[in-house]
Design a protein around this ligand. Structure first.
Ligand code: NAD
Ligand code: UPG
Length: 464
């Protein structure tokens, strides 16, 4: 079996950065080079001050500190890294298409294609090319075609190795992965490549957790895993609406059904809706693929997961407006949290964006606090929607670094991300300085109902 000593990863993002840091850390004899065309990002990965790495993930900076400069390198010299590596991971972004055929649903594979063409141009000896990005089923075929028709007559073996890490727990998920999935061709060279990649992961994971499949099953499993996870969140969120009408409590429901070992307790937390760069994108992609094969019932079924998620975000914003006497115009509402979940600075598809936009449409005055998200990002997220001018967004929404002072004379607070620090605040002090009646809308179910009521808040908890 081929022993891998040099790995290159194209794409130094949320997946490429942490994944390669862990591989380098666990495989000291392998040289790992992560490359990206974004120079700023590479500079940030190479920064002296590890608190300014481009990605915030608990445990990441310690791992980077141990391995960077030894066998872990970040560079913009894509061609040299491709040339030297025996195994090349493609970990570039695959966003939803915003133009042309499949707009709004299909995955945009232009970055993947550029990578394939670049590898074909540069490679002078045999390479194993690993799809790390999340891709539509049968993408490996397209990559193979490009490599075979434009390459310098070298042999390329394509593997699919989707990533299952979740943001905020990336390092933990990588170090203790439930499973690693490796899809490859059922040929002798395909088997050799699968075993070579397997050997990399076997440095720290038990062999039984490394699953080998054919390429298509591996590609499709990734989309299906995300669809199943998101479907659980949408399922419990629809039930949260029913609980609010019937005096049932969604947490008690989650507990009651989660005790059934066939259902299990995870991913049953009702919320303002799921966000993140993956769930919506991957389900839309699944829907698009199903429809393109004429499987309309299959497509409709999965599309409902997204429709329910949009409904939950609208419902939460609507609840704030209706509770505040059907008008939030000119009212000061403090938003706690902008990230799509705690312990990350990522805001992609965060429910906070849609909820803020809905409140701004009603002319609310918003004050946003998030412990990890920067002001520029918040405005960029809103401006991207194009609902109103950038000047108007900046006039109606301010970003604050003091979550307590922000609540002075506020009409309401809405909790949109489940940051731990929110539960530790002095809620009595906050209550004392807010306008009365003082409202708290808890979209993450993290505060203590009894305490909030005792203090005197009008406290609304999603699903109760
Ligand atoms: N974010 C997650 O938690 C997560 C988890 C599992 C899988 N995924 C999947 O992994 C893939 C990457 O996601 P991400 O969140 O890391 O994206 P990202 O946007 O954070 O990073 C992608 C990087 O690729 C770089 N890039 C694009 N084209 C390039 C090229 N031709 N050459 C060199 N660099 C190039 C970009 O500059 C960017 O820095 C996506 O397919 C995503 O669906 C993401
Ligand atoms: O019970 C739950 C669980 C999650 N969420 C929300 O769902 C979203 C996604 O959360 P999570 O899955 O933890 O984070 P991601 O980083 O988006 O990770 C998902 O998407 C990744 C990208 O494909 C996959 O690799 C991971 O396995 C998959 O969990 C977030 O907004 C969460 O707040 C809930 O509302 N309730």
């Amino acid at each position: 079996m081929k022993t891998i000593t040099k790995i290159c990863c194209i794409g130094a993002g949320y997946v490429g950065g942490p994944t390669m840091s862990v591989i380098a850390n666990k495989c000291p004899e392998i040289q790992v080079t992560v490359v990206d065309i974004n120079k700023d990002r590479i500079d940030q990965w190479n920064t002296e001050n590890l608190d300014t790495l481009p990605i915030y993930e608990p445990g990441l900076k310690e791992i980077v500190a141990e391995s960077r400069g030894k066998n872990l390198f970040f560079s913009t010299d894509v061609d040299t890294a491709i040339d030297e590596a025996q195994m090349i991971f493609i970990s570039v972004n695959t966003p939803t298409k915003t133009y042309g055929k499949g707009k709004g649903q299909a995955a945009d594979l232009k970055y993947i294609e550029l990578c394939a063409r670049n590898i074909a141009k540069v490679a002078k000896d045999d390479k194993i090319v690993v799809e790390k990005s999340t891709l539509p089923v049968r993408t490996a075929q397209a990559i193979q075609n490009i490599l075979e028709n434009t390459g310098n007559d070298v042999h390329f073996e394509i593997l699919s190795n989707p990533e299952f890490l979740a943001e905020g727990t990336a390092i933990e998920d990588l170090l203790h992965a439930d499973r690693v999935l490796i899809g490859g061709n059922d040929t002798p060279s395909g088997q050799e490549a699968k075993d070579a990649l397997s050997a990399v992961y076997e440095h720290w994971l038990p062999k039984e957790r490394i699953l080998q499949t054919n390429v298509w099953s591996s590609e499709l499993s990734k989309l299906v895993a995300n669809a199943f996870l998101a479907q659980r969140v949408s399922s419990i969120n629809t039930i949260s609406a029913l609980c609010e009408k019937t005096d049932a409590n969604v947490q008690e429901i989650s507990r009651a059904i989660g005790f059934d070992s066939r259902i299990g307790p995870k991913f049953l937390n009702a919320s303002v809706g799921f966000g993140g760069s993956c769930f919506q994108k991957d389900i839309l992609n699944l829907v698009y693929i199903a429809r393109s094969y004429g499987l309309n019932e299959v497509a409709d079924y999965w599309e409902q997961v997204i429709i329910a998620n949009d409904y939950q975000k609208r419902r939460f914003a609507g609840k704030i407006i209706s509770t505040l006497y059907n008008t939030v115009s000119g009212k000061k509402i403090v938003l706690y949290g902008w990230a799509f979940k705690k312990d990350t600075n990522d805001t992609r598809e965060s429910p906070a964006i849609a909820i803020a936009d809905a409140l701004l449409e009603e002319h609310a005055e918003l004050l946003v606090y998030d412990p990890k998200v920067k002001e520029d990002r918040i405005y960029a997220d809103l401006d991207y929607l194009g609902t109103r001018s950038p000047e108007e967004n900046r006039r109606l929404l301010k970003v604050t670094s003091d979550p307590i002072v922000a609540t002075k004379e506020a009409h309401a607070i809405a909790l949109l991300t489940e940051w731990d620090e929110f539960t530790a605040y002095d809620w009595q002090k906050i209550y004392d300085q807010m306008l009365k009646p003082a409202f708290v809308f808890d979209g993450r179910r993290i505060l203590d109902t009894a305490l909030m009521n005792e203090i005197g808040f009008n406290y609304y908890k999603i699903g109760e």
